[in-house]
Design a protein around this ligand. Structure first.
Ligand code: BGC
Length: 737
């Protein structure tokens, strides 16, 4: 347990602990030594050997004609090693939420962490570190040494189908959390990616949607999340994105890959492509180091074509050497060769499930409670309705899907006659909320109705003391949501049940924000996201008060799509939804303008517009009450005191926001910390402020105008305490200074 989670009883105490107490214990790789070794090895490579690490296939039997080497572990990717030089093969698996299930091809199962949003809702970097360390250990035990993890695209649109894989809408929260997760993964002597670089904000037309954004807006938002994540996590690899940016594919963007990532940030690892995201051999000159899943591209560009270029042109030869050096640097820095991952390792699934459960529990956000929660264990009768609550909890789909060795507890096919039909399955982890509710309230008469027939569900709700409606909203990679409604008539079901029983609690298992037309008529709302391998237990522990909810929203829930920068998602009216998505007629027309909101993503957009969302970023209730006071800002350090003014222990998340700079209104999260506080106790917390969060990106560097800066301690991004003003001198600096 990290010191930040230790419960303090009695008198006020000063917490001097910064974030990452636990995560900082990860061994720091000696990058300079790894680079020197990489350069020495690269010198020994023959011209043919230089083309081995630069490309590889998807190691799954989906593609006729692809020969998958027998030593490749079935997973997303495989790059053969060079035994003569002691270079190990790269065995790659998806891993956003655990070691991916790949349709059950490996049959060995893995522990499913809750969704990225659930993880982020913990606001607890130490927990993300532990989750990362857990999935890294499982991957190692299965023989994988590269994890395609670290999804950190900011939520620019709540309809994005991959929102559940990502973390947040804010660069600080996203960057710190992803960095902790990556450090955890890499503590296992394996490489983690951070992805998808960059500005991959929607799935509609994902392989060609062209993002327009000014350099300043990008640097202060999405790129800042990556920059902080890379600094904190030191990932060996960056995965570039499918979309285009200023007309270039992200995987062939000289600006993103060469100028920002490698030159400005001085990052030493290698860029791998997303699967099927390489437009041509020129991507190498633009900064791409490795072509992944090569069957998905039009050609294998980084084999013979690259060889031909390198043999005739010294600039290409130097680039090829650099590509090899970067891949080798990552291999040596993580120690892949000295600590080989081998299949068949032991996995303590019970211990790992406890990490999944703790993450789910800490990430649950109590959105509404008019006194019905927590439920008494002596309750006499409960009607549990909908959401397959008798079977399990829903999981998001796509490359990140994880299941245990038994496979999904239930699946519902959603059709699709294309090659990706297998991904169009709404599936469930076998952690049934109904079972956990029965265990928590053994004397209660509990009935379950699946919710398909509203009148029947209403009848049961009328007869029970409390009705709990489970509502699910499934998302997948490859598709965006058409709107913010709950599918399958669940909004109508909730409204009808709430009309029948005033003590109706809604438990949401959603992949992102949704609208809640029934909010005014229900007694409680619990956002459990996709809660993973032990989701049912986590939900029951919060419903019955065994756990006091302390999650906070990592994204804004808008009242409606009309409040968004783009009320209509670009391309949604004409792009055919599909996973491959590169054969669209007229695809060159699809662009999206992120300069509408610029760097004011999420709550910053709402603050700028003076709009009131359904629930703001940072929001979350508790079964106890907190007082937040004493904000002091001294230089780049802020301290404040949180007091538990209620009767039971609970977690609060201190959130410090920049609210003004000179005469300009601002709204930027500049520091946060989650703390556990005993009833009656106080904790004084100090957080460091990253000056980039106070600055603007101007003329190729960061710029803080001199003057008065206002800060406030918030319960969330919209509910702020008194403003504290501090003067800062003007300051400009470049990255790395
Ligand atoms: C996804 C990546 C994933 C890769 C390999 C792509 O479709 O965008 O996130 O790592 O597939 O499975």
């Amino acid at each position: 347990m990290s010191t930040s989670r230790i419960l303090l009883a009695g008198a006020a105490m000063v917490a001097t602990t910064q974030h990452f107490a636990l995560a900082q214990e990860a061994p720091k790789a000696d990058l300079a030594a790894a680079e020197a070794r990489a350069a020495a090895t690269a010198k020994q490579m023959t011209p043919d050997e230089k083309l081995l690490l630069t490309h590889g296939p998807m190691a799954l039997p989906f593609f006729p004609g692809t020969v998958i080497p027998p030593e490749a572990v079935p997973g997303a990717g495989y790059i053969p090693g060079i035994p003569r030089l002691g270079i190990p093969a790269l065995t790659e698996t998806d891993a956003s939420l655990g070691v991916a299930w790949v349709g059950g091809l490996r049959k060995d199962g893995a522990t499913a962490l809750p969704s990225g949003l659930a993880q982020a809702a913990t606001w607890n970097p130490d927990l993300l570190y532990r989750g990362g360390a857990m999935i890294g250990a499982e991957a190692r035990a299965k023989g994988f040494n590269v994890l395609l993890a670290g999804g950190v695209n900011l939520m620019r649109d709540p309809r994005n189908g991959r929102t559940f894989e990502y973390l947040a809408e804010d660069p600080l929260l996203s960057g710190e959390l992803v960095g902790a997760a990556i450090r955890g993964i890499q503590s296992n002597h394996i490489i983690s990616t951070i992805k998808h670089f960059a500005l991959n904000g929607q799935e509609t037309g994902r392989k060609y949607v062209d993002v327009k954004i000014s350099e300043a807006a990008a640097r202060e938002s999405d790129l800042l999340a990556f920059q902080i994540g890379i600094e904190r996590g030191q990932p060996g690899s960056v995965m570039c994105a499918y979309n285009r940016v200023h007309g270039e594919q992200a995987c062939a963007s000289d600006w993103l890959l060469n100028k920002v990532l490698k030159q400005s940030w001085g990052w030493k690892g290698f860029v791998m492509s997303d699967w099927g995201a390489v437009p041509g051999v020129d991507a190498a000159i633009k900064g791409l180091d490795q072509q992944s899943g090569e069957q998905l591209d039009k050609q294998v560009f980084f084999g013979d074509q690259l060889k031909a270029k390198a043999s005739g042109d010294p600039a290409w030869a130097a680039r090829l050497d650099d590509m090899n050096k970067r891949i080798l640097t990552a291999i040596y820095a993580a120690g892949l060769d000295k600590n080989p991952a081998k299949p068949g390792g032991a996995i303590d699934f019970a211990a790992n499930a406890r990490i999944a459960q703790e993450t789910a529990t800490q990430g649950i956000v109590l959105l509404k409670n008019s006194g019905a929660l927590p439920l008494a264990k002596t309750i006499k009768s409960i009607a549990v309705i909908g959401g397959y609550a008798d079977t399990g909890v829903v999981a998001g789909s796509g490359s990140s899907l994880v299941h245990d060795a038994k496979g999904p507890a239930a699946t519902r096919s959603l059709g699709d006659d294309g090659p990706f039909a297998a991904l169009m399955q709404q599936s469930y982890h076998g952690s049934a909320p109904l079972k956990a509710i029965k265990a928590a309230a053994p004397q209660a008469a509990i009935t379950f109705r699946d919710g398909r027939y509203i009148a029947d569900a209403v009848e049961k709700a009328k007869q029970a003391e409390v009705a709990i409606v489970f509502a699910t909203e499934w998302r997948t990679e490859g598709l965006d949501q058409p709107d913010l409604s709950l599918p399958d008539g669940q909004d109508a079901l909730i409204a009808a049940v709430a009309a029948a029983n005033p003590r109706t609690i809604v438990v949401l298992e959603t992949g992102g924000p949704i609208a809640m037309p029934w909010l005014g008529s229900v007694a409680g709302v619990v956002e459990a996201w996709y809660p993973g391998a032990r989701g049912g237990d986590a939900i029951a522990s919060v419903l019955f008060g065994d756990a006091n909810p302390g999650g906070r929203l990592p994204v804004t829930f808008p009242a409606s799509v009309a409040q968004l920068p783009r009320p209509k998602l670009d391309g949604s009216d004409w792009v055919e939804p599909n996973f491959a998505g590169d054969a669209e007629p007229g695809k060159d027309k699809l662009a999206t303008d992120y300069d509408i909101e610029g760097s004011d993503v999420g709550y910053r957009w709402f603050a700028r517009k003076g709009a009131t969302p359904l629930f703001p970023f940072g929001y979350g209730l508790s079964y106890t009450t907190f007082a937040r006071s004493g904000l002091k800002v001294s230089g780049l350090s802020a301290s404040f005191t949180l007091t538990n003014t209620g009767k039971i222990a609970g977690d609060d998340v201190g959130q410090v926001y920049l609210v003004s700079r000179g005469a300009e209104a601002k709204r930027r999260l500049v520091g946060f910390q989650r703390v556990s506080i005993a009833p009656g106790a106080s904790r004084t917390v100090t957080v460091k402020i990253d000056p980039r969060l106070l600055a603007d990106w101007e003329d190729g560097g960061w710029d803080m105008p001199g003057g008065e800066y206002g800060f406030a301690l918030g319960a969330n991004a919209m509910e702020l305490g008194p403003v504290v003003k501090v003067r800062f001198a003007a300051r400009s600096w470049k990255d790395g200074q």
